[in-house]
Design a protein around this ligand. Structure first.
Ligand SMILES: C[S@@+](CC[C@H](N)C(=O)[O-])C[C@H]1O[C@@H](n2cnc3c(N)ncnc32)[C@H](O)[C@@H]1O
Length: 395
């Protein structure tokens, strides 16, 4: 027999579960086209998927779509649910309008709250004061005070407030920790690339199922692990938790059903198809332990090798991609070294990697001139640096 819903549950159902919402997916500069393609290909009930100036994608959809976007998107940073938008030029009006949101239907009173504010071209420009006042309004609606809130462990829920030209857009974060945190890697290393970016660069280089990936300066193995997830249809969000799992409207059975259905699509090949190596023996040992623990070790071959000494011996008929995030000027080493590094990598590719697709991150766009092959180039930013990704075929 179905349990009778309480009055509160009925309100949550009517206002949150059964309703369509507008979601905003912030994306790192340079990845928006790849992410837009990803969202468009997802099996969402979503309508009106559109790119938004200033770095993101917006769509209208259900809570299911929100679960799916968090679980499936490889290149997105997070998924925000828009809850209110209004104009205000003074605190009194801002507080009155913020109080109109039925916060108790969205947020969990047992979890600490953070309100992140950005403001431009607006009367209310003091972001700390805006944040404090909005927190007070939300606490009042949730009938708690900071003092008596009975918080669970270390989780936080976040509300984002964007103020432009006195217009407030208020969103609740459904994600939690940034989506590049897949909950998979147990190692750190020098200048690792973010998982969201690695996945986008693999897509830009045309990586797909049935291709072999060579990752000869693998570091912590970000490209290799992302390529494994992509090639096997494994959800990037499968191994982690999300903020929406604490919402009053969260439907665990629904979420688990989506995960279960997606797991049925996982296809694992018979042999290793990813070859990760690095000259740093310590990092290689850590990566080996990490992929073994994840159960990916049979398919990701990890070895300690110097790229310049390694001669690849891989099946001739498979399509192959060799990808690099070399130790470059702006981050590690000097600018002069970047030039030398690219030249040396190209010489080696010419000699031993004919017929491979290549992808290489360059710290300075003009380094593309050192590549003697036809290239597609993409600009993206990482850790505050403007970088270029060049991809083409070794002839
Ligand atoms: C910027 S890090 C790569 C980070 C990696 N993409 C990640 O996400 O962790 C560059 C890596 O290249 C490796 N490396 C530098 N020269 C190498 C060489 N000649 N052969 C193999 N690995 C090399 C370094 O040990 C370092 O781990």
């Amino acid at each position: 027999m179905k349990e009778k819903l309480t009055a509160f549950e009925k309100r949550v159902k009517r206002h949150v579960i059964a309703k369509k919402h507008t979601f905003f997916v912030p994306v790192s500069p340079g990845l928006i086209d790849v992410c837009f393609d990803e969202i468009s290909k997802l099996d969402l009930e979503a309508e009106e998927i559109k790119k938004i100036q200033g770095g993101g994608i917006e769509f209208t959809g259900s809570l299911n779509d929100c679960y799916k976007a968090n679980l499936f998107l490889r290149c997105a940073n997070r998924v925000l649910m828009r809850v209110h938008s209004f104009k205000a030029t003074n605190f009194k009006s801002m507080e009155k309008k913020t109080a109109k949101v039925p916060w108790e239907l969205y947020l969990n009173p047992g979890i600490p709250l953070e309100v992140s504010v950005s403001s431009s071209k607006s009367r209310l420009f003091h972001t700390k004061a805006v944040s404090e006042k909005i927190i007070d309004v939300i606490y009042k609606t949730l009938s708690i005070s900071e003092m008596n809130a009975n918080y669970e462990d270390s989780k936080t829920q976040r509300v984002f407030v964007r103020v432009v030209d006195d217009t407030f857009t208020i969103s609740i974060d459904s994600t939690g920790e940034n989506l590049y945190k897949r909950g998979l890697k147990t190692i750190g290393g020098p200048a690792p690339i973010r998982e969201t970016i690695a996945s986008a660069l693999l897509t830009m280089a045309g990586f797909s199922k049935n291709m072999i990936l060579v990752d000869p300066m693998c570091g912590t193995g970000t490209f290799s692990i992302e390529a494994y997830l992509m090639a096997t249809n494994t959800l990037p969000g499968f191994y982690r938790e999300f903020s929406f799992q604490n919402w009053p409207g969260y439907k665990e059975a629904r979420f688990n059903h989506i995960k279960k259905k997606a797991s049925e699509e996982i296809e694992v090949p018979e042999t290793p198809f990813i070859f990760a190596s690095d000259r740093n023996g310590n990092i290689v040992n850590e990566l080996k332990k990490c992929v073994d623990k994840l159960g990916f070790g049979e398919y990701i071959n990890v070895s300690a090798n110097d790229f310049f000494k390694l001669i690849p011996d891989l099946p001739a008929d498979n399509k192959k991609l060799v990808i690099f995030n070399p130790p470059f000027g702006q981050r590690i080493g000097s600018k002069g070294e970047s030039d030398k590094t690219v030249k040396a990598i190209i010489e080696k590719l010419k000699k031993d990697y004919k017929g491979y697709t290549f992808g290489i991150i360059l710290p300075f766009k003009d380094l593309v001139k050192k590549i003697p092959y036809k290239c597609k180039t993409y600009s993206f930013s990482h850790g505050g640096l403007q970088l270029t990704f060049a991809t083409g075929m070794v002839k």
